[in-house]
Ligand binder design. Sequence first.
Ligand code: PLP
Length: 408
Amino acid sequence: MITTNLDIETIRKDFPILKRKVNGYPLVYLDNAATSQTPKQVIDTIVDYYSRFNANIHRGVHSLSQEATDAYENARKKIQNHINAVEPHEIIFTSGTTDSINLVASGFTSFLKKGDEVLVSAMEHHSNIVPWQMLCERTGAILKVIPMNPEGELLIDEYAKLLSNNTKLVVCNHVSNALGSINPIEKIISLAHEVDAAVLIDGAQAAPHIKIDVQKLNVDFYTVSAHKICGPTGVGILYGKEEWLKKLPPYQGGGEMIAEVTFEKTTYADLPHKFEAGTPNICGGIAFGAAIDYMNSLGYEAIASYEKELLEYATEELKSIKGLKIYGTSQHKTSVISFNVEGIHPYDIGTILDKLGIAVRTGHHCAQPIMDYYNIPGTIRASFSFYNTKDEVDILVEGVKKAKQMLS
Ligand SMILES: *Cc1c(COP(=O)(O)O)cnc(C)c1O
């Protein structure tokens, strides 16, 4: 029995796509860690924007431009309140987590020198590895890896040993997209601060499940992608502490980010505009705000406790399949299950599940080092959202059993 305060049947009606059939079967969407589906409240916001007040922002004297500017800046404030940032200008709109990380990595170029060290965890998404490798190539800094154990938990004692006065940056995800592990970021942040290293936390996978408080975390940089939290693709944020954002040089040059331009010298705009060159994803930012409202209308506590029940039920049911192995069994997990069935390639199972209308992810999940660690080509990943049901877990389990039968 799964109990919840959420009215899942009613919630499912908010998501038009969940009524779809795929290959003749009702869609069972279990790829939420790749992107979440979009409720009609967010879709309506997008339609409303283009139907009523589409205009460029921050520079028009006309009414439409004023309305669009107000809605966009209001969304920034919603996000500020949601993650408890001190100032709205600590929220930089970006195109998503990847963009946010690249912004910080680019900015740190002038702060690092040969021999400085950047620590990155063993369970990162490629977007929280490659920009730092590129930064190290540019500066001569050294990239070091915080190791993990087979359960998918970071080894905090080993991490503490890696920290030194050479450590300038520590980067880590809040939640692993491939394993679901919730990392002890409070500890990671406080230990890094003892050696005066800055910390960037990739929150792409945490934001849909966990209420974030950047002040309580005392984190220097935190990133979110809207499309994983019921918002549209192509928009996200970088949170940065004001003191860091003031120190960091601009990322891209262009319109919007300047105070004054002459051919001799350009001065830059104040925060947040210094980091927001060009016309932004205005509609996306406003819709991101609507997605945050939607999540908060359900409530994070209710979401987390329901998803935990789904996770426990699905884990038990999947484990009962002979030869099935789950990767990522951390004590603290979000509703992500990565698994393989002995002797069968994950892609083959994924293909059969798709024929049954079940959407899962197969492959390395943009985290090849994790797959290398387990010495596997990839996994099948089922990731659950609050709009998934116990019945859908049963359909997945039956589907995996069927695929196993067909393939072995
Ligand atoms: C999805 C994801 C990213 C990349 O986010 P984009 O929206 O593709 O930029 C980075 N890290 C983690 C943990 C993710 O889940």
